[in-house]
Design a protein around this ligand. Structure first.
Ligand code: DGT
Ligand code: MG
Length: 373
């Protein structure tokens, strides 16, 4: 079969939101390598470099077949010199020396472990690393001050390292639905994030909550959280701080959105947790396997008039979102998880579905399962 990827070479858009990127693709060896370099660039606070590696990986994910020769990459966007060097080495030798060196480096491994703690970003991890901390366990006996989120992150570290399955996400969805129904009749919840893109596992579970009557959703979250209290190992709830500006502010608002939002850690009872791993008989029995699993859950409340924007903004992938906003900018518009603003017409463009937002942006509609950029 000589169906190389060259057929699409000329038509591939440079923005992730112009491409269909399925979950399963043909170039995992190459993309894993490039994404490790991207991760390491993040650990070195080099965002530009990180995004460049992520873009290159994303282009390879969208190819219809495995790359076998360098010539097949001709004309593809986002593949800089550095990426090409890495790809060439892997195609010729099966591995990249830079990637393997990075993977085994002490800095990479420590930063991966430390940023893997809920509540810990690169800055904090780097400070701790400089102070000799290498692993979450080192924090328990150290004098380093942890905030409430980080204490929970360390306490449930082993739980939260284990990916959340779709079955667990669905079970949590049922529980959240019950809570929402109990406090506000007619409210609706939607599973977003990676699971909406068809992923079978994730690092957390993301939900959007809304109500068909605008305004009824106000103040909903504290009630939901209070209903769920016994099931939450940790929660931090933020108020909604979004107000539509009369005039678009001279300085665009930050990407951080302003919904009423709850970051939480759920206590999910078995048998739903880790259904694929039944407790073993003998020594590793129920005594060692706790009857529950800690799972990261994000709840976001949106007014129904902003729902389509929130849905689009929370479905991801992160690179897809980044390129959607960049695409909008290049078209003289500004996109957030709340709204789309046309800077030339000086007005907000309304939408009640994701399809309408793609149309406003002059983009072909890409369904969630093909936003795995
Ligand atoms: P996962 O959870 O690792 O399996 O993968 P995702 O794709 O579910 O990633 P996640 O949970 O970090 O975020 C889901 C999407 O939501 C992500 O593509 C970007 C978006 N997102 C995350 N945090 C924020 C935020 O603070 N504001 C906005 N507007 N979007 C966010
Ligand atoms: Mg997620």
């Amino acid at each position: 079969a000589k169906s190389g990827p060259s057929a699409v070479t000329n038509t591939m858009g440079a923005y992730a939101c112009q491409r269909k990127t399925p979950l399963e693709h043909h170039n995992a060896v190459l993309t894993d390598a490039l994404l490790l370099l991207a991760e390491n660039a993040d650990f070195c606070t080099n965002e530009g470099r990180s995004v460049a590696f992520k873009r290159a990986a994303s282009v390879l994910k969208a190819l219809p077949g495995p790359v076998r020769r360098m010539e097949e990459l001709q004309g593809l966007p986002c593949l800089g010199e550095h990426c090409q060097r890495v790809i060439k080495e892997i195609l010729e030798h099966g591995a990249s020396s830079e990637v393997e060196m990075t993977r085994h480096s002490e800095h990479y491994q420590a930063m991966k472990a430390l940023t893997g703690i809920f509540g810990v970003g690169v800055k904090t991890a780097e400070q701790w690393h400089r102070a000799g901390i290498r692993h979450p366990a080192d924090l328990v006996s150290s004098e380093h001050k942890l905030n409430r989120a980080q204490r929970a992150g360390v306490e449930y570290y082993e739980h939260l390292r284990v990916p959340v399955t779709k079955a667990e996400a669905d079970r949590i969805g049922e529980i959240v639905k019950r809570a929402v129904d109990a406090v506000l009749l007619g409210a609706e919840i939607t599973l977003t994030g990676g699971f909406r893109r068809g992923k079978q596992t994730g690092h957390d579970v993301d939900f959007l909550i809304t109500h068909p009557d605008e305004g009824r959703e106000e103040g909903l979250l504290p009630k939901v959280v209070s209903w769920l209290e016994d099931l939450l190992l940790y929660q931090k709830t933020n108020k909604n701080s979004y107000l539509e500006a009369k005039e678009w502010p001279a300085r665009p608002p930050s990407n951080m959105d302003r919904f009423e939002r709850c970051f939480s850690i759920f206590k999910l009872q078995r048998p739903w947790a880790a259904l694929e791993e039944p407790p073993q008989s003998g020594e590793r029995g129920a005594a060692e396997t706790p009857g529950w699993k800690a799972v990261r859950v994000d709840l976001v409340v949106t007014p129904v008039s902003q729902f389509a924007f929130a849905l689009l903004g929370w479905t991801g992938s992160q690179l897809f979102e980044r390129d959607l906003r960049r695409w909008a900018g290049q078209k003289g518009m500004s996109l957030s998880s709340h709204a789309l603003y046309d800077c030339e017409q000086k007005r907000y463009l309304r939408a009640t579905s994701e399809e309408e937002i793609f149309a406003h942006l002059g983009l072909e509609y890409i369904p969630p399962g093909e936003r795995n950029a």
